[in-house]
Design a protein. Structure first.
Length: 444
């Protein structure tokens, strides 16, 4: 019992840690040196701090013109803390649940035991830190060279822009130091593709990343978690790109005016950015209704577990798909490859998905009550906030203060709530020494 209480502590610490980071960020952004005019709107500061710490990317003020370099540095640090901090915590929680800390074996949450070898925690943290630094550094170098050589930015400016956007991309934050976000680079593969690569690398999750590093040549030895993540992430990525091509290719408000290269690059970005990244290289206020629906699904699902992505997670979504498939086949066990999935994991996936839908539904009703905006814009904004995506149909800056507070709460729940709920469910294991009589209510 004492061990169980000890393992449950991180789940309670997560919201408090995020609140502390948000409060600190808000106070720093309220300093006169953080704002170009020297006067900062407290709600704008708080909203920006929540969005940055929760690596969302929704903004109520223009980042490059409203905030000074000091303010932008604060935002970047909040992004790094929100992304790296939650990644580290999520990875450790995964290891705590599985009880199998040696990275050579498996870094997935299998809930087989509840033992913890503390000697390996430092190794995990060190590898995560090295991976983050290497990925962000590599992307920063590529972007800096491009900004300097092609866009003729001063070396210091190009370096700053390269570092900021690399950190923002790897942490799936979506903040940009250009007023039009990435719209000005829609046809530039040397800007868009490195950013997409960073988004995927950060969003796939470190347990999967570490396992693939040693087992990528032997898919048959992959754990169920890695299979779900890799296959699911790839499937949704392909679906996102192809549907964006199909629906936006001739749309005069998005890809229509671009050449062939621009349309292809824009379509790749259109499939990657909704995966909780938040960057936009086209005006999402002009997308077709079909694209909007696809993006709602992609944003709600999100990326991989124990990474920088938000949403209910790919593993949750595809695990439920396998549950449905097993039920349709009349099979008692849910199987992925040669492995059966424990009923407990199935219940956890269902709980996370339903709670996520509940948050989105409640927040949508709240926003409809305090705004006069069309329902489709409100729903898009709500799902984007919950999935910590940051895409917007140009609605966020128009929101009233009560509406902004609602969106802030949704961003917080979307980033902190999913990992807290998942870890709380994992640590709430209890065994009853008896079984109650079963009943079968009519379903459907």
């Amino acid at each position: 019992m004492e061990l169980k209480r000890t393992l449950a502590v991180p789940a309670r610490i997560v919201p408090l840690a995020f609140l502390a980071a948000i409060t600190t960020g808000t106070l720093l952004l309220m300093l006169p040196i953080a704002h170009v005019s020297g006067v900062v709107d407290p709600i704008a500061a708080a909203f920006t701090a929540v969005s940055a710490t929760c690596v969302t990317g929704l903004i109520v003020v223009d980042t490059p013109t409203y905030w000074t370099t000091f303010g932008q540095v604060v935002i970047m640090l909040l992004i790094q803390v929100g992304g790296f901090g939650i990644m580290t915590l999520a990875t450790l929680l995964t290891l705590l649940v599985s009880g199998r800390l040696p990275l050579a074996s498996s870094l997935v949450a299998q809930a087989e035991t509840h033992t913890l070898a503390l000697g390996d925690v430092a190794t995990v943290l060190r590898r995560v830190l090295i991976s983050v630094a290497a990925a962000e550094g590599f992307i920063a170098v590529l972007l800096t060279i491009r900004f300097r050589t092609v866009y003729d930015e001063h070396l210091s400016t190009a370096l700053w822009h390269g570092i900021f956007h690399a950190i923002s991309a790897f942490n799936n934050a979506g903040f940009a130091l250009y007023s039009d976000n990435m719209v000005g680079f829609v046809s530039d593969p040397w800007i868009i593709l490195p950013i997409c690569t960073a988004i995927i690398a950060g969003g796939i999750g470190f347990p999967v990343f570490f396992e693939l590093r040693t087992r990528w040549r032997h898919p048959s030895s992959w754990t169920a978690h890695t299979r779900l993540t890799v296959v699911g992430y790839t499937t949704l990525l392909i679906v996102g790109v192809l549907t964006f091509v199909a629906f936006e290719w001739n749309n005069p408000g998005t890809l229509g005016p671009l050449g062939l290269d621009g349309k292809i690059i824009g379509s790749v970005a259109g499939g990657v950015f909704p995966r909780t990244a938040g960057f936009n290289s086209i005006d999402y206020g002009q997308i077709r209704p079909e694209t909007l629906v696809i993006n709602l699904v992609l944003m709600f699902v999100g990326g991989g577990s124990a990474g920088t992505a938000g949403g209910v997670k790919v593993t949750t979504f595809f695990l439920l798909a396998f549950v449905i498939l097993a039920e349709m086949r009349g099979e008692e066990q849910v199987r992925i490859g040669s492995r059966a999935i424990a009923p407990r994991a199935q219940r956890q996936a269902l709980s996370v998905a339903l709670l996520g839908a509940g948050v989105v539904g409640t927040a949508t009703i709240a926003l409809v009550m305090v705004t006069s905006q069309p329902l489709e814009r409100v729903v898009f904004e709500t799902v984007s906030a919950f999935g910590t995506v940051g895409l917007s149909m140009n609605l966020t800056p128009e929101l009233s203060t009560p509406a902004r507070l609602v969106v802030m709460a949704v961003m917080f729940c979307g980033r902190v709530g999913t990992i807290t709920v998942a870890s709380a469910l994992a640590f709430s294991s209890s065994r009853r020494m008896y079984h109650l009589p079963e009943e079968h209510p009519i379903v459907g």
